[in-house]
Design a protein around this ligand. Structure first.
Ligand SMILES: Cc1cc2nc3c(=O)[nH]c(=O)nc-3n(C[C@H](O)[C@H](O)[C@H](O)COP(=O)(O)O)c2cc1C
Length: 393
């Protein structure tokens, strides 16, 4: 069902992805703003949480299934919406198909290279992610397109604040056209990794760098750079804007990018069905502590009124179990699956999700829990007493 995949762990997948991708594409995937402190803090924080394993009366069977925003998933890991273009010619459709094969849902970014209807065709459990780009009229049309395509939920991401600085190197700006001058600028990047470029050429095309889900009212599909300019010129949405979205989308709605109890309460008041505690994987403000340090406070405050999800730094099944022990219902993964996609397309994403699922099962066996709702804070040993940080507001 899947082709050869040259990695057994996510650490190997990351190394291989770095080697395979042109340097600028790698920079765009790894991302992480400024010093990348938040990016590495998200990963590192998991190391300060230990488990309390048990050896007697371990469960004979383990059930990792759960239900998120009305969708049944086989294990509590969902593909996070990621607008990372030109990693692999299979694109988001390949990631969605792999998620479907593994029995989980697909978060699809506004900035994806593949249109929402194609992605829903590969995975009927697709959640469409919306950025606030352009006028309400344009946004309404894009939401309607997602609904018509069959997207099961809407994710509204609110934490992006246009942060382009990268101490490790800023990737080349995405193009606003593919004219001769642009081609001349991009060609050396593509040619620097002939094997990567050849995957595209074998399919008779080059990376287009267009964003079909940010289509214009006249049907024009913009290049990434064109849509990005519109995004930067659009004022950030107000609470009233999000209430308006709630009014035009009658399916499950998730607000992504929460790091304070105050914002979580607002999401509840707006009538959202879910939140994701997220700092954009360290890809936005550098200096936000790891999301799992806040998670328990936010889950405690609103977890009985809204589904609480989390993302940031998840690289192992045991990380997933730690998130659940701290009050999350499920986790989203970003870079982990991007590395798999870059290395081996659909088969690579499948392998990544399989590694995570197995890791969840192994950890549950070790701590003696047979179902996800049995996992609790009692399963964790917190190695630093000041690990958790009550959000300042
Ligand atoms: C390259 C890249 C692009 C991203 N693009 C989006 C996006 O378009 N929409 C969105 O809601 N989040 C986006 N994110 C954030 C992810 O959805 C997620 O919050 C983050 O990757 C989780 O951290 P992790 O990569 O450590 O798993 C992006 C993240 C990365 C690394």
């Amino acid at each position: 069902m899947v082709g050869p995949v040259p990695f057994q762990t996510l650490a190997e997948a990351e190394k291989l992805a770095k080697r395979k991708l042109p340097h600028d594409v790698w920079l765009a995937v790894k991302a992480g703003n400024e010093k990348q402190w938040t990016l590495s803090e998200n990963v590192r924080a998991f190391e300060q949480l230990g488990f309390s394993p048990t050896i007697f009366d371990r469960p004979a069977s383990i059930d990792t299934a759960t239900r998120i925003m009305g969708v049944d998933i086989g294990f509590p890991v969902i593909v996070s919406p990621v607008g990372a273009q030109a990693i692999h010619p299979g694109g988001e459709t390949a990631a969605a198909a792999a998620a479907h094969q593994m029995g989980t849902a697909m978060g699809l970014s506004s900035w994806s290279a593949d249109p929402v209807d194609r992605v829903v065709g590969a995975n009927p459990d697709t959640f469409f992610q919306l950025y606030w780009v352009g006028t309400r009229d344009r946004i309404r049309r894009r939401v309607e397109r997602a609904r018509e395509a069959g997207a099961k939920a809407l994710i509204v991401t609110l934490d992006w604040s246009h942060t382009p600085r990268r101490d490790g190197g800023v990737p080349i700006a995405p193009p606003s056209d593919l004219g001769l001058a642009t081609m001349a600028r991009l060609a050396p990047i593509a040619l620097s990794r002939p094997g990567w470029l050849a995957q595209y050429l074998r399919r008779g095309r080059i990376p287009e760098l267009k964003v079909p889900n940010l289509f214009m009212p006249d049907g024009h599909i913009p290049y990434f750079g064109e849509a990005w300019s519109e995004f930067e010129q659009t004022p950030a949405p107000t609470v009233a804007d999000i209430e308006w979205i709630r009014g035009i989308w009658d399916g499950p709605l998730m607000i992504k990018g929460i790091t304070t109890v105050k914002d979580a309460e607002i999401a509840v008041d707006i009538g959202a069905d879910a939140i994701s505690v997220s700092n954009h994987g360290g890809n936005n403000i550098d200096g936000t502590p790891a999301t799992i340090r806040f998670l328990p406070y936010i889950a405690e405050a609103v977890g009985d009124r809204i589904e609480v999800m989390v993302d940031g730094g998840v690289r192992r099944g045991s990380d997933v179990v730690k998130c659940l022990a701290l009050g999350a219902k499920a986790v989203f993964v970003g870079r982990a699956y991007l590395y798999g996609l870059a290395v081996a397309g659909q088969a690579g994403v499948y392998r990544v999700l399989d590694i995570l699922k197995r890791g969840v099962r192994e950890t549950m066996l070790g701590i003696g829990r047979s179902s996800l709702d049995e996992i609790s804070r009692d399963d964790l040993m917190v190695l630093n007493s000041d690990f958790f940080q009550r959000p300042a507001r």
